[in-house]
Design a protein around this ligand. Structure first.
Ligand code: ADP
Length: 477
């Protein structure tokens, strides 16, 4: 089966979050299911720098007013189609934001262009290659399905995945005329969304199947509380909505072979973790002692509950814990963590920024990772933590609910507990969860049993890739 995947990020070329990890890892897992994936992504500077010359596939004299080229390239095992259009994508800054963190004002045009190219490929633009199924990820690619539905490729099966419903790609109604869709695409059953234009919404109503990244999140987003305005639509299309848990790339994330670690280790020799722990203590300026070392590797945002964590820091320190934070995001939250690091020298350390190698060492040396998210579609950091013997302390929402087994008495007694959950997400629950972690940490045999149970859990892509492949097949004629 030939699959066209359309996305705005792909690891290892460009990554702002879990989306990139999934888009980068899924093709390799799908290959084992006889699905050959080509991934269409924008030609950001970091992408163009990695692909060498590539092979020209098609030239647009004008794609939304700009000249653009489709280039094919291989990076590792990834088969890529790059939309090279410097006026849209050749910019310093992030894929969605400028250097100051403000969204690019022409994001609608940039990602409509990506989607238009995806739909053109689905309609036979490339000589000798036509996809059997098209899979679009998040709002940046979702319009691919609208262009297909209202254009020549309407019969090709269409799948959209929601990686995070909070990001919907909502724009002014006035852009509709510039999108190049027929007039009937406007309206409740098309791209119109609460009086504006909704890119994700357009994908959701155009898709033959909708997936999201965990079973619990697939339920949550059908409720008014978590549906972010789209719950009605998602309830209405509930028979097409599937929750398929994300996997992790075990080639990149295995503690026994991870080249980014200070020292590798396995569940049989957990002592190898201590060299990684010392590295964290040194690089974050933390006291070198045996107290529980909590870590955070996260976007510093409201979604991730980072404001609640700031409020819980006094408590964490009073209980004898220490904390290393790696992340970036909302400036006030970054400032609050930096201030806490000043206040609690030796107990709280903060790195503002993005650091892939350090994130691996933190999972390998931290005792527990804190993930107090208000909502979490799947979450990957708890999966990496489980695999690395770093015990997840999580809010019981979305994918966190589906992947962590709470250390209640029964689970501890049966030796199957892998972490600590609290519900509902909130400051009281978080503080209580930190307390439970500190108490359990003192009980060394129980703690080691949780580490080993987590490390033994299988979060590879195998099962989930088989589910995606089965879904694609079910849509084909
Ligand atoms: P989200 O996609 O909502 O940000 P996920 O948990 O699904 O959350 O994925 C986050 C990904 O980004 C993980 O691979 C995590 O390790 C990585 N990550 C987040 N912040 C940082 C950071 N500051 N430095 C390095 N990696 C980070």
């Amino acid at each position: 089966m030939k699959l066209l995947s359309v996305a705005s990020e792909i690891f290892p070329l460009i990554k702002t979050g879990g989306l990139a990890d999934v888009v980068g890892a899924l093709p390799l897992a799908l290959a084992k299911e006889d699905v050959a994936t080509r991934t269409l992504i924008p030609g950001y500077p970091s992408v163009m720098a990695r692909i060498g010359k590539g092979k020209k596939l098609h030239h647009y004299d004008s794609l939304f007013g700009e000249a653009a080229t489709l280039i094919s390239a291989k990076v590792g095992d990834l088969d890529l189609i790059i939309l090279d259009c410097p006026p849209f994508f050749g910019r310093a800054g992030g894929p969605y934001d400028d250097m100051a963190g403000n969204g690019w004002p022409d994001n609608w045009r940039r990602f409509a262009a990506l989607s238009r190219a995806g739909a053109d490929i689905a309609a036979g633009l490339l000589k000798g290659w036509l996809p059997d199924v098209v899979h679009a990820h998040d709002w940046q690619a979702a319009m691919t399905l609208a262009y297909m539905r209202f254009g020549a490729a309407h019969a090709v099966p269409k799948v959209v995945t929601i990686h995070n419903l909070a990001f919907q790609g909502r724009f002014d109604a006035a852009i509709f005329d510039a999108l190049g869709l027929p007039p009937e695409a406007w309206g409740m059953d098309g791209v119109e969304y609460y009086g504006g234009t909704g890119f994700l919404k357009a994908g959701l109503v155009s898709a033959d199947a909708i997936t999201t990244v965990s079973p619990t999140y697939a339920q949550e987003i059908r409720s008014t509380a978590d549906g972010m305005g789209l719950d009605g639509l998602l309830v209405g299309r509930g028979d097409r909505l599937h929750g398929i848990l994300n996997g992790i790339d075990t080639a990149a994330w295995t503690p026994a072979t991870d080249p980014l670690l200070v020292k590798s280790f396995s569940s049989r020799a957990l002592s190898g973790r201590s060299a990684n722990r010392r590295h964290i203590e040194r690089s974050f300026g933390l006291d070198k002692d045996d107290s529980p070392l909590f870590i955070v590797v996260s976007r510093l945002t409201w979604q991730k509950g980072m404001d609640m964590l700031v409020d819980a820091l006094d408590h964490l320190v009073a209980l004898g814990g220490k904390l290393a934070v790696l992340g970036s995001g909302d400036h006030p939250l970054e400032g609050a963590f930096l201030a806490a690091a000043e206040r609690y020298r030796g107990r709280v350390g903060v790195h503002i920024g993005y650091d892939e190698p350090l994130s691996h060492v933190m999972q390998a040396g931290g005792d527990a990772i804190l993930i107090p998210s208000r909502f979490e579609p799947c979450g990957l950091t708890q999966l990496y933590a489980l695999r690395y013997g770093c015990v997840p302390v999580v809010a019981r929402v979305g994918g966190l609910a589906d992947t962590v087994i709470d250390a209640n008495e029964a689970a501890l007694g049966a030796g199957v507990a892998t972490g600590i959950q609290f519900a509902p997400p909130g400051p009281v629950g978080l503080k209580r969860a930190i307390e439970r972690a500190v108490i359990l940490y003192a009980d060394k045999p129980s703690w080691a049993s949780m580490q080993r149970a987590g490390m033994a859990a299988d979060f590879s892509w195998n099962k989930s890739a088989a589910r995606y492949a089965a879904l694609y097949k079910s849509l084909m004629p």
